[in-house]
Design a binder for this molecule. Structure first.
Ligand SMILES: NC(=O)c1ccc[n+]([C@@H]2O[C@H](COP(=O)([O-])OP(=O)(O)OC[C@H]3O[C@@H](n4cnc5c(N)ncnc54)[C@H](OP(=O)(O)O)[C@@H]3O)[C@@H](O)[C@H]2O)c1
Length: 290
């Protein structure tokens, strides 16, 4: 008997890569990892062709237009990749009764909260990237009742571009570095999120619990500023740079960033038993490989 297929988009991104690193631990499934060449989210025909060719049992959508500042001007592409394509994937998944797991972001919130955001907290994106991701969530949930949206935050990995790798590079190049201390959130090691997603799929597949769909939050445990994040990277890697604080006002970017971005990850624990892992230990395990 053939194995159930898990399709994964964004194989060259941080999360897609981490899932590909873990997939051998899930031998009961066949995996299809796609990049832009095989499945271009900016081309609806490419999505249609994929579903003509394959009939996955689970679909994980890790691909996204993640260039937050560029999305302010490259509006149409960001919308096509993050919103329209997510809706189309969900429609195809619904036709074959395939659960869809699609990843969203803390940027759906405006950052004005003061305590961790529950899944039903009012959304109000303050940049175009956040707006397109929110629309993607809504289309996915509308087009496929078997959709799980996982919002996450401050993602990093040994692979790809991210804050951790940028900090290490800059700390090696510069004697001093200023990092914003007035944005608060929770870092997420992409490997932890990859594990959480595959655990959820296994739980649904083996019917360990009654599957629940809808919105979930997952980030690693802990609440810090980018400055504190940078300080920990410096300390653990024993780098000599002097790290000082700055404010968002001193570091203008085309897209606004939310000030407070902490997600309440309790639903994913209550429903699927996924426990958030400590941010510092998770960071150290990534830094050990860099
Ligand atoms: N990174 C974060 O801090 C963060 C925070 C919150 C939520 N998220 C969400 O988490 C998910 C995973 O993020 P990530 O950090 O793994 O992102 P990433 O490293 O930037 O990877 C995104 C992937 O999407 C692919 N992609 C972009 N446009 C595409 C297109 N038109 N067709 C097909 N593939 C396309 C990219 O392909 P190429 O490699 O060819 O460019 C890349 O492999 C995304 O949904 C993101 O919005 C990320």
């Amino acid at each position: 008997m053939s194995k159930p297929i898990i399709a994964v988009t964004g194989k060259n991104g941080q999360l897609g890569f981490e899932i590909s690193q873990l997939h051998n631990q899930f031998p009961e499934f066949d995996f299809i990892f796609t990049g832009r060449d095989e499945l271009d989210l900016n081309t609806p025909e490419s999505i249609d062709d994929f579903f003509k060719k394959y009939s996955p049992s689970f679909f994980i959508n890790c691909a996204a237009y993640t260039a937050v500042d560029k999305a302010e001007t490259d509006i149409e592409t960001a919308m096509a990749v993050n919103a329209t394509s997510t809706g189309l994937i969900a429609k195809h998944c619904h036709e074959i009764s395939c659960p869809l797991i699609t990843i969203s972001t803390d940027y759906v919130f405006d950052g004005m909260g003061t305590s961790p955001y529950p899944i039903d907290y009012i959304t109000n994106p303050i940049n175009h990237y956040g707006y397109t991701k929110l629309l993607g969530e809504q289309l996915a949930l509308q087009n496929n009742p078997k959709t799980i949206v996982i919002r996450t935050s401050w993602v990093y990995s040994t692979h790809g571009n991210n804050f951790v790798k940028t900090m290490i590079r800059l700390m090696k190049e510069r004697p001093t570095l200023s990092v914003v201390s007035d944005q608060t959130g929770s870092p997420t090691n992409a490997k932890n999120l990859a594990n959480a997603i595959l655990d959820i799929i296994q739980t649904i597949y083996y019917k360990k619990v009654n599957p629940e769909y809808g919105i979930f939050h997952y980030s690693d445990k802990g609440v810090i500023s980018w400055y504190q994040f940078a300080k920990e990277i410096k300390a653990y890697k024993k780098l000599q740079t002097k790290v000082s604080t700055t404010t968002t006002d001193n570091y203008p970017t085309p897209a606004k960033r939310p000030k407070y971005s902490v997600l309440d990850s309790s639903r994913i624990k209550d429903v699927y038993g996924i426990e958030s892992l400590d941010w510092k230990e998770s960071l150290h395990s990534c830094l050990d490989k860099l």
